[in-house]
Ligand binder design. Sequence first.
Ligand SMILES: NC(=O)c1ccc[n+]([C@@H]2O[C@H](COP(=O)([O-])OP(=O)(O)OC[C@H]3O[C@@H](n4cnc5c(N)ncnc54)[C@H](OP(=O)(O)O)[C@@H]3O)[C@@H](O)[C@H]2O)c1
Length: 302
Amino acid sequence: MMQPILITGVSGQLAVALGEGAPGHGLSVRQYDRLALDFDRPASIVAAFAETAPWLVINAAAYTAVDAAEDDADDAFRANRDGPAQLARLCEDAGIPLIHISTDYVFDGLKGAPYVEDDPTSPQGVYGASKLAGERAVLERCSRAIVLRTSWVYSPVGRNFVRTMLNVVQRTDRLRVVADQKGCPTSAPDLGAAILSMAARIAADGWQDRWAGLYHAAGTGWTTWHGLAVATFEAAARYGARVPTVDPIETAEWPTRAKRPPDSRLDCARLEATFGLRLPPWQNGLARTIDAVLADEAALAP
Ligand SMILES: NC(=O)c1ccc[n+]([C@@H]2O[C@H](COP(=O)([O-])OP(=O)(O)OC[C@H]3O[C@@H](n4cnc5c(N)ncnc54)[C@H](OP(=O)(O)O)[C@@H]3O)[C@@H](O)[C@H]2O)c1
């Protein structure tokens, strides 16, 4: 029987999507939570790897607190550079592939058009810098590494913008949301499905060296945070949720600890050309996320 895929993370947005989606792709996975595999404890990475003897590793774990990272650089770099570097070395030594996830925050957002993989990077904060260092460390150490940069991830679970909006609407009829940052919202289940399709292809066809490298993998289309908020409320209205007034504001009116790229839209053509994979339009993923969150709430209602 084939060994499982080792997945770092259990509770994260992408980790949950991978765990839920794997059986549908005929894939066996072994997921590790932070108690068992902690990037702060290198020995735990070695132990998990030895225990699983995987044929593929998917690194879905990361330090993702963008603002907190500004005051927590050591932790961010341990989780986003050093841990992935160690995983990459283990994968290289074992001759197996590694799928690692990176971010649109490696860019400064000043290009004025969707970014392609080879565009110059210039992270604006510690989180982006740590993720950039991580993708480089992985690609340097593992000849079978696929690095996927994604963006604006949301899902029915975990902490994300869409769920925050759904919570806020229960407390207010009017809110202000930044309207001058552009990006590609990405549903974790859609990203997870693309990753699992890749994994199934590697399992079926065997590894091909031309697959190694950097890809952009985000939901198709783009919007602003304001656009995403409005679309969230419109989708939730189908469940009878009230629709608040969403006032567009500029980034300067909503100061955050870490600077965000104003336009980090990702061009995902390379992913489609190489793997035939194109994530669905972000509105589709959003509709399914709202369905999942609000259907759950309806089921819990007295
Ligand atoms: N969220 C976004 O908007 C976004 C945007 C672009 C790219 N990405 C990238 O997409 C990937 C998945 O993100 P996500 O949104 O699914 O993240 P998430 O929901 O924040 O989950 C992060 C996961 O990483 C684990 N983790 C954190 N620090 C760890 C450590 N030191 N050692 C081991 N595990 C650790 C967490 O475990 P615990 O919960 O147990 O701590 C959790 O399972 C990440 O690479 C992220 O950088 C995310």
